[in-house]
Write a protein that binds this ligand. Structure first.
Ligand SMILES: *[C@@H]1O[C@H](CO)[C@@H](O)[C@H](O)[C@H]1NC(C)=O
Ligand SMILES: *[C@@H]1O[C@H](CO)[C@@H](O)[C@H](O)[C@H]1NC(C)=O
Ligand SMILES: [Zn+2]
Length: 287
């Protein structure tokens, strides 16, 4: 029999001694990694991840961030204020194309780049905890790039390679899972709007590790490719998307939405509607 009364204390001793052994090295939490990678210490995220100034005009960044916001209603049956307002668009800035609008953008002489795909948080809809906006968009782009009857018809390796040309725009800073997916995808750029500290200020549950830190701590092949990070684009406009879910409640529904109280005296939430609809609600409540 594997577990006799006599062998149990022995096993315990073995376990304990291996724990003590491990502990002897644990003063430096990076011990194992340092040995493998020859790093004497972790890079400082504040200084290790610096990139040259953004070559793309802020007006272009804002154009695409508005498209990431629009992806929310596009993928939520026209609702501009879904609870999880994490929307994304993936753009090819190498393509001297026309944005979404086409001719008007060309006439303006603005080289916006072109949309490859959009995505939005679909965790609840799909019952899949990995479907944050960024991962949903990456999945969508890969499906579009590799579709045998689609515009691109790429193989798997070709699709992976194509991501290196692309820029991912997201309404809020990527969590560690999505930052890692962006990094493994080797995207050219990643642009976010509302930051993790702002999400926290509105009581959003978060794993508080900034994207710069995830990127700065990546080594080997992952550090050879430097994905540009551009943060806080249009943050003043997107913050309202994240204000009402956990606090500030009725004070601020996003544009196009009004507060609807929960009939049971519960929290309530923002629903699609305008000022007129709000008036109608008030009237209905009075009856
Ligand atoms: C991005 O644009 C470049 C330049 O037009 C093109 O070569 C490349 O295939 C495009 N990639 C995708 C995924 O659209
Ligand atoms: C995928 O992206 C395309 C192009 O932007 C969009 O039309 C489509 O609705 C997206 N699908 C999903 C599931 O996000
Ligand atoms: Zn995420």
């Amino acid at each position: 029999m594997p577990v006799h009364g006599a062998s149990f204390p022995f096993l315990l001793l073995v376990l304990l001694s291996s724990y003590i052994h491990a502990d002897a090295h644990s003063h430096d939490p990076n011990h194992h990694l340092n040995n493998r990678d020859g790093l004497s210490h972790w890079p400082d995220p504040e200084t290790a991840y610096t990139l040259p100034p953004d070559p793309i005009p802020i007006s272009t960044r804002e154009h695409w961030m508005r498209r990431a916001v629009e992806a929310l209603s596009d993928l939520n049956d026209g609702l501009p204020c879904p609870f999880a307002a994490f929307g994304c668009v993936i753009v090819n800035h190498s393509a001297v194309a026309t944005g979404r609008g086409g001719i008007a953008d060309v006439e303006l002489g603005v080289e916006l780049g072109s949309e490859v795909c959009i995505g939005a948080n679909a965790i609840v809809k799909e019952g899949n905890p990995t479907l944050h906006g960024e991962v949903a968009a990456i999945n969508n782009c890969t499906a579009i790039l590799t579709h045998p009857a689609g515009k691109y018809k790429l193989t798997g390796p070709e699709a992976l390679n194509a991501l290196g040309d692309l820029s991912l725009y997201t309404t809020a800073e990527a969590c560690p899972m999505c930052s890692s997916a962006i990094l493994y995808g080797g995207f050219k750029e990643y642009i976010f709007s509302t930051s993790i500290p702002t999400l926290r200020a509105h009581d959003w549950p978060q794993i508080v590790i900034r994207s710069t830190e995830i990127f700065a701590r990546s080594v080997g092949r992952l550090s050879a490719h430097r994905t540009r990070i551009v943060g806080d684009v249009l943050a003043d406009e997107t913050e309202e998307l994240f204000k009402w879910q956990f606090r500030d409640a009725q004070a601020a529904c996003p544009r196009g939405c009004v507060w609807e109280a929960d009939g049971d005296g519960g929290h309530g939430g923002c629903v699609k509607g305008d000022g007129e609809a709000k008036g109608m609600h008030a009237h209905k409540d009075e009856l």
